[in-house]
Each structure stands twice: as C-alpha cells, then as structure tokens.
Design a protein around this ligand. Sequence first.
Ligand code: SF4
Length: 174
Amino acid sequence: MDLKKFRSKSPWLLHYNTGSCNGCDIEILACLAPKYDLERFGILNRGNPKQSDVLIVTGPVTKRARERLIRLYLEMPEPKVVVAVGACACTGGVFRHMYNVLNGVDKVIPVDVYVPGCAARPEAIIDGVVKALEILERKRKDFVPPKVCKNLEVKEPVNRKFFLEKCLGVKNGS
Ligand code: SF4
C-alpha cells in the first residue's frame, strides 16, 4: 500500500493557537464550515500531531507556548508544512515586542507559508493552505530522513529533552 499517495490526497491538519486573540481562530473554523468548505480538498482537522501533515499556527508566540509549539512540530511526521495565519503569527502583529512574546512563529520553528491579515480572511487562509499542499507535495518527492534524528529515534525513543536539545538547541525552561 502506498501511504504517501493517500497522504497527499487527504492531508490532515493540526491547528495550534500560540497566544492569539481568537480572531484568526474563528476565521479558520469558518474555513472548515460548509460555507468555505476547506474539506473539499480532502483536508481533515485533527487534534493529533502524530497524524498531521499541516500545522496551522495563529497568534504571536508567547514565551509559555514556545516549547509546546516546538514539541508539536517535532511530533509531526516528516515531511510537513507550517502555515502562519494572521499578522500576529507572521510578525507578532499588535503584540510585537511585548515583554512576554517572541513575535512571529518563524522565530521558533520554520514557516512555509505566511497568510497576512488581522484577522486573516477565509479566502486568504484557503489560498495559503492550498499553497502549503503544493509545497508538501514537493517536499515529499525530495524527502530524505535526516540522519541525526533517525539515530536519535532508535536510541532514545522517549527522551524528548535530549531530542529537543540536540536537534533544536532548546534548553529546558529557557
Ligand atoms: S492577527 Fe489580528 S485577529 Fe489574528 S490573532 Fe492577531 S490580533 Fe487577533
């Protein structure tokens, strides 16, 4: 069975709010509702990072949300794509340079598609997700498992702290 074929026809989506005002979250939910019907692209909104291909992030990254965002990103199988939805996720937006935020999502994890707007419009979100699916398809074709992470998975399947420090240089509590 070619699992890759099914993954490209039915990508699953994980939505994470790193500190948004909920404006962009409501627009994402509107995209999934029958009026805009994002599911017509075969997309399903799932709550499990281990089953997801597309990570949609809303809001500026607060210091508290940073490590959770990194963990979710690492738990998603490769290849994957990240979509930053709204001005806050792109650059920090109205929360930029506040004492408790790290600004845009790309300060913490790599971002593939930026969807601007405050709040981002459903049409722009759908456009961003469709672009993300094209990038995902390209990534699937070129994907080679990274050696360092593969070795770590074999030796240390549950040692997340070690994995975070080795792969991303994240120190606990920083
Ligand atoms: S971009 Fe605007 S609507 Fe979206 S989370 Fe930021 S402040 Fe809220």
